[in-house]
Ligand binder design. Structure first.
Ligand code: M6R
Length: 615
């Protein structure tokens, strides 16, 4: 939700922290702030409503020079975006400052008792109490900074990724984590980095330590890295090598991250299937399934959990698993599942889908499922994130870093992985005739080439976008495998262009949404030549009879929808089950171009953040 970054080492902290904040801005962009300890021992804090660029112009040329510092980019939860609520927050006596990502659930109680003890808190945030609490422990005990943070956090209920700097410890960062991600980077020059994810660290070092829940780290230029739990157990840090490359988190000449990520899909899908499909042996290999085969073989139900676009990938998976694995499937919004006393049986297999691996509702739903003994399988993109660590087994999607807030390549990689899972299980259970299985895995293996062909139509899609960019509403209709794609197309459009859009099963249109159709309403039919094609053609005719500006996403060579629609975008022919991997791509491009034409901030749409780490 918020992004945090910190540095201590031989170099000036300011440029490193600002650069890191720019990389983390996708996590939240309501306000930004930075704190440093200067050579003369002064603790300086600058913060500003708005983006990191607003912060840097606010600071101007008088940039801090201290070699310890930290920064924060905020997605507001408690208190509106303004300068006062921006992080960092200082304690009562200006001795220390903190940055925080997460929610302190008992902040109101802590705030009340701090006030009773004479503290003046300036902001409306939940986070500020941490600064006052830690400082109070330091002032009223003989504990050093490391132990004082642990002691203060033992009073806190909620989620935090926290960094503390203290004037009296000018060579030391303290970092702590519970349910919000935090990565520590270890530089070769004795520097330490702390960040919400690896993107601010990757240009400095590839050696990282992922802090676990309830761990507190001291990163000191003299005494090195030490980690303890809140209850004071010593932890030996495990150093991992980062696998992402710097180019993967840069725009690489594209106007926006979203466009770059749309065009990366041939490669990201290739990376998702690499090493998992073996055409010679005619098989799929998925360790996470094979290692727990008895769970899948005996599963009486598959429960799929996710939010937003990941939930849409889950809906595609429902069709895939029911067709191939022949196991009943239910797909749930993780955010709803948790709050309705769900019935989960020990022979249920739960699939949790998440790009970030940090979505709070999905994480909490996994915990609920695990409590009753269900086997939980994660489909995640970000390596080392919380969800893969919480699940019993899983498969990474390997889509590479996705920075644009609107999910694109993460979705197609999720669908590619879920397709392989359904085919693998179906094959192992003997549900798929050999000839069809062999054909399907060959087609799946060839999907990246077909996505390239869809992307070649970008100039044509740009032209169509011009026709629709002034619309205030849009309707997306699809059936069967294409119904989730209608939902995904509508979500993409609304989140980045602010055009109201609805996705519907095409046949449901007659039960209400058809009333919306007039001459101005763009209606986008996702109508490849699949099992339900004839039915969808009838639905297209029903819309045509009532006005509506029709765009059809159709299989190449289509005649029926083409004769009715104002515009068509063709996708290559492929098996019905794999067509979502192609049909979603023109919808991503259409949304992107419409949003650009409307002057919207495509990579950072208003009110949104890349990962939603609050419930
Ligand atoms: O990281 P996750 O996949 O768990 O995120 C889930 C949703 O927050 C995410 O898909 C969101 O809906 C995107 N903005 C959609 O483009």
């Amino acid at each position: 939700m918020c992004g945090i970054v910190a540095y201590v080492g031989p170099n000036p902290a300011f440029p490193i922290v600002i650069e890191g904040l720019k990389r983390l801005e996708y996590r939240g962009y309501d306000s930004a702030g930075i704190a440093t300890i200067e050579k003369d021992g002064a603790l300086t804090v600058s913060k500003k409503k708005g983006k990191v660029a607003d912060l840097t112009s606010h600071i101007g040329k008088l940039t801090p020079t201290g070699s310890i510092g930290m920064g924060h980019t905020r997605w507001a939860t408690h208190g509106p975006p303004n300068d006062i609520n921006a992080h960092p927050h200082k304690g009562a006596s200006d001795r220390l400052a903190i940055i925080h990502n997460g929610i302190i659930e008992n902040f109101a109680t802590i705030k009340e008792s701090l006030k009773c003890r004479g503290h003046n808190l300036a902001s409306e945030t939940d986070s500020e109490v941490l600064a006052h609490l830690i400082e109070e422990v330091l002032d009223t005990s003989s504990l050093g900074l490391f132990d004082a943070v642990r002691a203060a956090l033992s009073q806190v209920v909620g989620a935090y990724a926290l960094v503390v700097i203290d004037k009296k410890n000018p060579g030391r960062l303290i970092a702590a984590r519970k349910s919000s991600p935090l990565v520590i980077g270890i530089g070769e020059d004795g520097a330490y980095y702390v960040a919400s994810d690896a993107t601010p660290i990757i240009s400095h070092t590839k050696n990282v330590v992922y802090l676990e829940d309830e761990e507190v780290a001291s990163l000191d230029v003299e005494s090195g890295l030490r980690i303890r739990t809140i209850s004071n157990d010593i932890i030996t840090p495990e150093v991992h090598a980062l696998e992402i490359e710097l180019e993967s988190i840069e725009k690489g000449g594209y106007e926006h991250f979203m466009l770059k990520e749309i065009f990366e899909q041939p490669q990201s899908i290739r990376d998702s299937i690499r090493g998992r499909i073996n055409l010679q042996l005619g098989e799929i290999k998925m360790q996470g399934i094979d290692d727990h085969w008895e769970k899948w073989e005996n599963a009486s139900r598959i429960l799929i959990l996710g939010c937003g676009t990941s939930w849409h990938a889950g809906l595609v998976a429902e069709y895939l698993f029911e067709e191939f694995a022949r196991i009943p499937v239910e797909v749930e919004y993780a955010s709803e599942f948790r709050y309705r006393n769900p019935i989960i049986r020990p022979d249920d297999v739960v699939i949790a889908i998440s790009q970030s691996g940090e979505t709070a509702d999905t994480l909490a739903a996994i915990k609920t499922a695990k409590e009753v003994g269900a086997h939980v399988f994660g489909v995640c993109n970000v390596v080392g994130s919380s969800i893969p660590r919480e699940t019993d087994s899983g498969a990474y999607t390997h889509a590479g870093p996705e920075i644009g807030v609107a999910s694109t390549k993460a979705f197609t990689s999720q669908v590619a992985v879920l397709s392989m899972m359904a085919l693998h299980i179906g094959n192992k259970k003997g549900n798929i005739p050999r000839e069809r299985f062999t054909r399907l895995i060959a087609e799946l293996n060839n999907i990246p080439e077909l996505v390239e062909q869809v992307l070649d139509q970008a100039p044509r899609i740009d032209e169509i976008a011009k026709q629709f960019s002034k619309a205030e509403n849009a309707l997306y209709l699809g059936r069967g495998y294409q119904f989730p794609i209608a939902l995904e197309g509508a979500l993409k459009l609304k989140e980045i262009s602010y055009i109201h859009a609805e996705g519907y099963p095409a046949a449901e249109m007659k039960h209400g949404p058809i009333a919306l159709i007039d001459d101005d309403m763009p209606v986008i039919f996702i109508a490849p030549m699949d099992d339900v094609y004839e039915k969808v053609v009838s639905n297209v005719q029903e819309v045509k009879a009532r006005g509506g500006r029709l765009l059809g996403v159709v299989t190449e060579g289509d005649k029926d929808v083409a004769s009715l629609a104002d515009h068509i975008i063709e996708i290559p022919r492929c098996d019905d089950a794999l067509a979502p991997l192609l049909s979603v791509v023109p919808l991503q491009l259409l949304s992107y171009r419409m949003a650009v034409l409307r002057d919207c901030n495509v990579d950072q749409p208003r009110n949104l953040a890349k990962s939603v780490t609050v419930e």
